[in-house]
Design a binder for this molecule. Structure first.
Ligand code: TMP
Length: 231
């Protein structure tokens, strides 16, 4: 038996969490067993790495190289501990980001050597590849507006961690300062360029969705793209 592995990608503010939620409900209503995950994260080890990468007090001077290795360390654990067994059990996995984010953020954004990035990704994931990747695209201006909105909301309501799209309990609140959101506009423009390059290089796997549309329209598009690969 073999499952289905679908990843959701894109810069911040594309509405990935909402769409993953809606997609999971839709697939479950068809009797499928769905597992929702996020990267970095999704296992106890990977969630600790997530905290180190994003919110930890000690991460101010993290180098791009360390960031790249930690992303892949989190991923290597998630693939073997969760994704591969779930695929073998025939589950449908919806993952909020996967290795395309590493190519886009560490390769293009942090401008690390793209061949080294690809080699490390290959080592981290082995044979495990998404069947389909949905790239939710919004212009940088909207992405930054939505990030600000999210920060304002988080400041108002610090009670619940956002997006607990993982089957393991979160060890840390996913709120407060986020090291990635401290990057400048030029960084996010390079990340966006990276995602564009990925979608052009692999058009069969990576489908681009205009995420400036309404939640309902984006969801409809997602269902249209997933339907052909449902067995
Ligand atoms: P998010 O879960 O709120 O999207 O936060 C994850 C952050 O980590 C986001 O800014 C993108 C970044 N990221 C990378 O830089 N490389 C990666 O490989 C992954 C998975 C995420």
């Amino acid at each position: 038996m073999s499952g289905l592995f679908i990843t959701f990608e894109g810069t911040e503010g594309g509405g990935k969490s909402t769409q993953i939620h809606l997609t999971a409900d839709w697939l479950e209503s068809q009797g499928r067993e769905v597992l929702t995950l996020r990267e970095p994260g999704g296992t106890p080890i990977s969630e600790e790495i997530r905290h180190l990468l994003k919110h930890s007090e000690v991460n101010h001077n993290m180098t791009a190289e360390a960031e790249l290795l930690l992303m892949n360390a989190s991923r290597a654990q998630l693939v073997r501990e969760v994704i591969n067994p779930a695929m073998e059990a025939g589950k449908t996995i919806l993952c909020d980001r996967f290795y395309d984010s590493t190519t886009a953020y560490q390769g293009y954004g942090r401008q690390l050597d793209l061949n080294s990035v690809a080699t490390l990704i290959d080592f981290a994931v082995g044979e495990t590849r998404p069947n389909l990747t949905l790239l939710l695209r919004v212009p940088i201006s909207i992405s930054q507006e939505r990030q600000q909105q999210r920060r304002d909301e988080a400041a108002e309501n610090t009670a619940a961690p956002k997006g607990s799209t993982t089957h393991v309990p979160l060890h840390f609140d996913d709120v407060g300062r986020d090291r990635f959101e401290e990057a400048d506009r030029a960084f996010f423009e390079r990340v966006e360029k990276g995602f564009r390059a990925i979608s052009q290089a692999e058009p069969y796997r990576v489908k681009v969705i205009d995420a400036t549309k309404s939640i309902e329209e984006v969801q409809e598009q997602i269902r249209k793209l997933i339907t052909p690969i449902l067995k």
